[in-house]
Design a protein around this ligand. Structure first.
Ligand code: HAM
Length: 466
């Protein structure tokens, strides 16, 4: 794979002068949309591993896969997530389609899951309903490392149960997922109460901030009256200082919310999940009630990397959303983990330890080489037969020289190369070359499949030829 330097890339992007033709042409080579990423072949092993792990862990805890569309009606998000959040105010990709409908590219999964739960009558299924997915989301954020305009989340939701055990199980699931990727993780946890206690806290918070209004950023000034809780997730340095001295929400929790929070923490302790209470954690979406949590990587020297890198994942309880969407009052909770951020972290772990967390896709076993036009046609058919037999193969049918093919075979790391030339075709034989020692043997073509199985140590593949 050729990874060009930026300068070289720019030089290449200058289109060469060509005679004018009738074909429509771009004035420069097409480029990635800012904040979007290609996932190139060398990275695919990480993605495959993560998809498989997400499936294994989620299904191991009784979750079933759901896939919701990338495009939803805009109000699903404006109402679900909250109009005064960064996602809605600044980051949503929304548009009017050809039919005049107001639509949006999903910026998160939770609201879409809630819609699907209501729309497909899942309230009549045994409760709770446990759903998971992994897929792309879109936010027009300022691109930087770990922050993209298209990112991917592994997302789990439990709808129809309000007990603290569910919150703890979700935290456990996210923690297990990250730990299985060798990412040392700590969970920050808080409770932001329910409709009842939130009112009292909002008053307290507004009072705290009113005296400091002049020191607030413009967004916070604007949100102070309408949605004071959002001031607690402002990332601006001066606002952060005020956040650290703001009254902790846990002191304002009603009795039921306090009991719930204590129960969650007791479960988390029992499960031995490393956690830190964070009295100012509110998360950037309006739908949360009671428990909120975020997963952070820990490095041995710096402690939590909360400052250096944003959370790897986050979630919480959202007991009002289904009702807000017109369903019956239904408690729910969930989390999303950012796959790109997890992969960045895995690569950091691999670099620091010098050991691979994720093995590259295993190399193929056999290279199929050919010499001459007729043998090439026969080798293409043979390739199909061997694939059906379950062998993992490589070939380069565009190459004619045996030397060039053996070089590719060598680079690909196969154990054996089989060579079919004119002579072998005529006498019904084939050459097997051991790539390690270079020794070759000619065998009867009819014996090829059992011989290869035997040489590769495959068991249960019958006797060698007849
Ligand atoms: P969120 O905190 O907005 O929560 O996103 C969850 C995770 O997705 C983040 O911690 C981060 O790892 C990743 N992420 C978010 N935005 C970006 C981005 N622009 N670039 C790269 N990664 C990103 C939610 O989305 C909630 N819906 C989670 C949830 C599920 N709550 C309850 N259920």
């Amino acid at each position: 794979m050729n990874f060009m330097s930026r300068k070289k890339k720019e030089e290449k992007q200058k289109m060469p002068e060509r005679p004018v033709s009738d074909f429509p042409r771009l004035s420069k080579h097409p480029q990635l949309v800012k904040g979007m990423k290609d996932i190139l072949p060398p990275d695919q092993a990480y993605w495959e591993h993560i998809r498989a792990l997400a499936k294994k862990i989620a299904e191991g805890y009784g979750f079933e896969r759901i896939d919701t569309p990338i495009v939803e009606h805009l109000p699903l998000f404006t109402i679900g997530i909250g109009k005064q959040t960064d996602i809605i105010e600044k980051e949503m990709y929304s548009f009017i389609d050809q039919g005049g409908d107001s639509l949006a590219l999903r910026p998160e999964f939770t609201a879409g899951f809630a819609r699907a739960y209501i729309e497909h009558g899942m309230q009549s299924l045994p409760q709770p309903v446990k759903l998971y997915t992994i897929g792309p989301l879109f936010r027009h954020d300022k691109p930087q490392e770990g922050r993209y305009r298209q990112h991917t989340q592994f997302n789990c939701e439990v709808i129809g149960e309000g007990k603290a055990a569910i919150d703890a199980q979700l935290i456990l699931l996210g923690y297990r997922f990250l730990s299985s990727l060798h990412i040392k993780t700590v969970v920050q946890i808080n409770s932001i109460g329910c409709r009842t206690c939130r009112g009292t806290y909002k008053e307290l918070l507004t009072e705290y901030y009113r005296a400091k209004r002049s020191s607030l950023c413009e967004d916070c000034k604007r949100r102070l009256n309408k949605n004071p809780l959002r001031l607690l997730d402002c990332k601006i340095e001066t606002c952060q200082q005020l956040i650290s001295k703001s009254p902790p929400i846990v002191d304002s929790l009603c009795e039921a919310c306090r009991d719930h929070f204590i129960a969650v923490l007791e479960f988390v302790e029992e499960l031995e999940i490393p956690y830190q209470p964070n009295p100012h954690l509110v998360r950037g979406l309006d739908y949360y009630t009671r428990t909120v949590f975020e997963f952070f990587a820990v490095s041995s020297d710096e402690g939590t990397q909360a400052g250096r890198m944003s959370a790897l994942g986050g979630g919480g309880r959202y007991d009002n959303m289904i009702e807000m969407f017109g369903g019956l009052p239904t408690p729910a909770a969930g989390f999303g983990i950012g796959v790109e951020r997890a992969i960045l972290k895995i690569k950091e772990v691999e670099k620091a330890s010098g050991a691979k967390v994720i093995e590259k896709n295993p190399t193929a076993d056999v290279f199929v080489a050919q010499l001459g036009e007729q043998p090439k046609r026969r080798a293409m058919v043979l390739y199909e037969d061997l694939l059906k037999e379950g062998f993992s193969l490589v070939s380069e049918f565009a190459k004619d020289s045996l030397k060039a093919q053996l070089e590719i075979a060598n680079r690909s790391g196969v154990k054996f190369t089989i060579i079919l030339g004119q002579k072998e075709l005529l006498d019904g034989s084939i050459i097997i070359r051991n790539m390690e020692g270079g020794e070759q043997e000619v065998i009867d073509m009819k014996k090829l499949i059992p011989t290869l199985h035997k040489k590769l140590g495959h068991i249960n593949h019958g006797k060698e030829g007849e």
